[in-house]
Design a protein. Structure first.
Length: 314
């Protein structure tokens, strides 16, 4: 890879570390706010923050043990061997060598006519690549090679590890916010709040409670915005990695054109956790330039790839 690409990937990894730290801090702050609302006293904040981090730790442990299996199962993906899909398996092996991955990724197929693909894996040795049957039917070999190279680019750049960690943290924030609001609605902490009011601390507690409620409402949104913003740049870098691995950027560009034009969310089994991992988000096929888009606009990606090839967009 070029020095510019290496620097961009390194910078992305540094931003990833900061983002995970920011999400963890947001999770702890949310836990503290929920502790205040439920416990009814300032000292409950430390306990709430501890519980929030414990929830995060449990979810991380589950994902470290079987995260790939859970995500692949949610997409209804089945593992295949070389005998089952020789061309696909050969392409994955070729791109694995080009990407200098230490182990051959496991290969999966999702039985749906909608063309798409994604990769998962907390580390390269545990990497998995899943493609739809529609992708195999509708793409040429060069186009399929470009898509596989893009997904292995995510693995080589450690994007799959980041997306898993960020997704787990986002899930913990949403879960904790929902639990806290439900417990508060059911009357948790009322007795402690009454004692605070009698002691003359009612006004201060009320201000802190309002801040905690606002945090509980906004924390999931803030976490999603951070998650989405960081995932968009990764797609450009994975596209550039694919161009480097295949030496034919137009292959991926033409594949993106086909995939984007044939997305039917109702025909592909996915959820909001897995959707951002696909080569094109099946829940927003055209990509989005908004702050809520997990991918950059597909037209921009195609234009960049064709520019590398020296072609003009169609």
């Amino acid at each position: 890879m070029s020095a510019i690409m290496w620097e961009a990937i390194a910078a992305n990894k540094r931003r990833s570390a900061w983002l995970i730290a920011m999400l963890a801090a947001l999770l702890a702050a949310l836990g503290g706010g929920m502790g205040l609302l439920v416990g009814g006293a300032p000292e409950s904040m430390a306990y709430g923050a501890f519980v929030g981090l414990c929830v995060w730790g449990v979810l991380l442990l589950i994902n470290m043990m079987s995260g790939e299996s859970v995500l692949l199962s949610s997409a209804n993906a089945r593992e295949v061997s070389h005998e089952d899909a020789p061309q696909l398996y050969n392409i994955v092996e070729e791109m694995r060598i080009a990407a200098a991955l230490p182990a051959m990724p496991r290969v999966f197929i999702m039985d749906t006519p909608v063309p798409n693909a994604f990769a998962v894996g907390l580390k390269p040795e545990r990497a998995c690549v899943a493609v739809t049957s529609g992708l195999l039917e509708r793409l040429s070999r060069d186009e399929l090679q470009g898509v596989i190279a893009h997904e292995l680019g995510h693995i080589a750049n450690r994007d799959t590890m980041f997306m898993t960690l960020a997704g787990v943290t986002l899930g913990a924030i949403v879960l904790l916010a929902d639990m806290g609001m439900r417990m508060m609605f059911w009357g948790g902490g009322g007795r402690r709040r009454s004692s605070n009011d009698k002691g003359g601390g009612g006004a201060a507690f009320a201000i802190m409670a309002v801040i905690a409620i606002v945090l509980a409402i906004l924390a999931p949104l803030i976490a999603r915005l951070l998650y989405f913003a960081c995932s968009r740049q990764r797609e450009y870098l994975a596209d550039a990695s694919a161009a480097q691995f295949t030496r034919y950027p137009a292959g991926l560009a033409h594949a993106l054109q086909k995939i984007a034009s044939q997305q039917e969310p109702k025909k592909i089994q996915t959820n909001r956790v897995v959707a951002p991992m696909y080569v094109i988000n099946p829940l927003a096929a055209a990509g989005s330039a908004s702050i809520f888009g997990t991918h950059p606009p597909t037209a921009d990606r195609i234009q960049r790839l064709l520019a590398m090839q020296g072609e003009a967009p169609a």
